[in-house]
Design a protein around this ligand. Structure first.
Ligand code: G4P
Length: 534
């Protein structure tokens, strides 16, 4: 196998996402992982970049106003012979489908827990998506520099709430003001915790030097030493030892402790990601009617679009489609075909996203994410390959939980509105339904925040002042049936039938009860809560 064969290159990729409840420290950890990986020099650079981006163009004022990251992005860095691709999943309470879809592009996830809070509601929700997709999880228990819950209680929570076997690779000595460091359970060394000074920040956070157990006395008093050694022993005896295979199969999670803010435990986490997180694996695809799979080392370049991001420049309507590569050796200028439309595009200006910059990607491999600028040709869920015959499954649209009617204040701009709404729906910001009767548009979203993002973007990018009004609908379901049954059903419920952006029939219901009721009366019609595109 030559050094740069697609299989060898894929084997050194680690593509992962961070999941957490808001405030657990995802942004801080992202920043410090980039520091640990040598991708940035000083903490604060991720935010600084964000600020820069915002001053260059304030297309997402809302991001600044609410102080949250609305759009997911990817950051790539090369460290220790490995290429890390960190996918950023928006972590706010009111997340959108973007979050779910981003996880479809990840091979592993880091679950960040606040040591004082344990597993919070959003962690659980995101964890469930990971489990659905068999994504192995590494746990990082953050904020050990504050008073923490008992580490046993935290492990217990992982075991009971997530049904995962926790395998601590480190064991903390104290927390908060009494945080002394942690024992490396596997190597029986101790990592002393020292608060970092301003000079350390400038020098790029020197990693703590592990010391052997004889020297622990310099850092812990005898009581503390006995306590940490006893607990570490107890936990290794009582729990199962870390088994990489069980982790890859999703039964076990290796547990790391630390404090992202103080850059402690972060180097160990990155090392753990390198050592244990999986390289890209086989991906299931459909080829015609056949179910098959692509392997990272296959010759043909293949991938799927998991996100479409509006260009940062509001004066251009360009979109950047984020393509997760699944196989082959991609070269700039290559022609790829979109499976569902048969359209071919020359990928002349693919972008890779490095922490401080974006660069043209000359080559990329399975696990990498490249941004493809285009004018709305590429949509979320599109499958791209050299032959154009492969279709990746499993990129779902979720039935929206909120449905609203949208109108533009200036009636002369109605045509404009249609185009704008279609653009946003293609990006996956919101879903668009056009009732077969009447001229209104109904927009759907999983969370209220998506409407705010939408109103903001319509005003800033399209100069459209819109009003959202309540709609009579509470639920939307995609319809699936034989043509005769479909005609029968839609004919009898014409006022509640709409088309989505792909022209697929959707039933708009006033309540969940109505769907159950009609489901019984029309057993040959399926009312689907998710739609898989591709
Ligand atoms: P999020 O992306 O998961 O929402 O969390 P974020 O990193 O923004 O962190 C939330 C708050 O927790 C921030 O404080 C951050 O500084 C703090 N934090 C993160 N990691 C640690 C840690 O290891 N120890 C301690 N003590 N704090 C931590 P903030 O006051 O809300 O924001 P900021 O003003 O510091 O930016």
């Amino acid at each position: 196998m030559s050094k740069s064969s697609p299989a060898a290159e894929a084997a050194r990729r680690r593509t992962f996402a961070i999941i957490s409840h808001p405030d657990a420290g995802k942004t801080t950890l992202t920043e410090h992982l980039l520091l640990a990986g040598g991708a940035i020099r000083a903490a604060g650079a991720v935010r600084a970049r964000g600020e820069n981006r915002r001053t260059r163009s304030d297309w997402m004022k809302i991001e600044r106003e609410r102080g949250i990251s609305v759009s997911a992005s990817v950051m790539t860095f090369d460290h220790d012979g490995l290429m890390f691709n960190l996918l950023d999943t928006p972590g706010h309470e009111d997340f959108s489908e973007d979050t779910y879809r981003t996880l479809t592009a990840a091979d592993a996830a880091v679950m960040v827990l606040d040591a004082a809070k344990g597993i919070e509601p959003q962690t659980l929700k995101l964890f469930e998506v990971c489990r659905l997709r068999d994504i192995p999880i590494i746990t990082f228990i953050n904020k050990m520099d504050r008073e923490a819950l008992d580490p046993y209680a935290l492990l217990d929570e992982i075991g009971t709430k997530l049904a995962l076997d926790p395998a601590p690779l480190f064991w903390p000595a104290g927390s908060g003001n009494r945080f002394r460091g942690m024992l490396d359970v596997r190597h029986k060394t101790f990592l002393p915790y020292a608060k970092k000074s301003a000079t350390d920040e400038e020098q790029g956070h020197p990693a703590p030097v592990p010391i052997n157990s004889n020297a622990i006395v310099q850092y812990l008093d005898p009581e503390e030493q006995a306590e940490v050694e006893e607990s570490a022993e107890l936990v290794t005896e009582a729990g199962k030892p870390f088994d990489p295979q069980a982790f890859l199969e999703g039964h076990m999670t290796p547990v790391f402790f630390g404090t992202a803010l103080r850059h402690f435990g972060v180097d160990q986490l990155l090392e753990g990601l390198g050592a244990y997180a999986p390289a890209p694996k086989l991906t299931a695809v459909r080829k015609g009617e056949a179910e098959t799979h692509v392997a990272p080392g296959d010759d043909e370049v293949t991938g799927f679009v998991f996100k479409v991001q509006a260009n940062m420049d509001p004066n251009h309507r360009d979109r950047i489609a984020m393509l997760r590569l699944c196989s082959g050796s991609f070269k700039r200028g290559m022609k790829l075909k979109v499976q569902n439309t048969g359209r071919q595009l020359s990928v002349n200006a693919p972008i890779m996203f490095f922490a401080s910059d974006r660069e043209l990607a000359e080559e990329a491999y399975a696990g990498d994410v490249i941004g493809i600028p285009n004018h709305g040709v590429l949509r979320v869920g599109d499958s791209l390959s050299e032959t154009g015959t492969l279709r990746f499954a499993g990129l779902p649209n979720f039935a929206p939980e909120i449905l609203q009617r949208v109108r533009v204040k200036d009636p002369l701009k109605a045509k404009h509105l249609k185009k704008a709404l279609e653009g946003l729906a293609e990006e996956g910001v919101t879903q668009l339904f056009r009732p077969t009767l009447g001229a209104d548009f109904i927009v759907g979203a999983v969370g209220q925040l998506q409407f705010e993002v939408m109103a903001d973007r319509l005003a800033n990018e399209y100069q459209l002042d819109v009003i959202f009004e309540p709609s009579p609908y509470a639920e939307a379901r995609w319809l699936s049936a034989e043509p005769a049954d479909m005609d029968d059903f839609t004919g009898k419920h014409r006022t509640a039938i709409a088309e989505d952006i792909d022209g697929q029939a959707v039933f708009l219901a006033k309540s969940a009860w109505e769907i159950n009721y009609l489901g019984e009366r029309f057993p040959k019609v399926r009312f689907l809560k998710t739609k898989e595109r591709g």
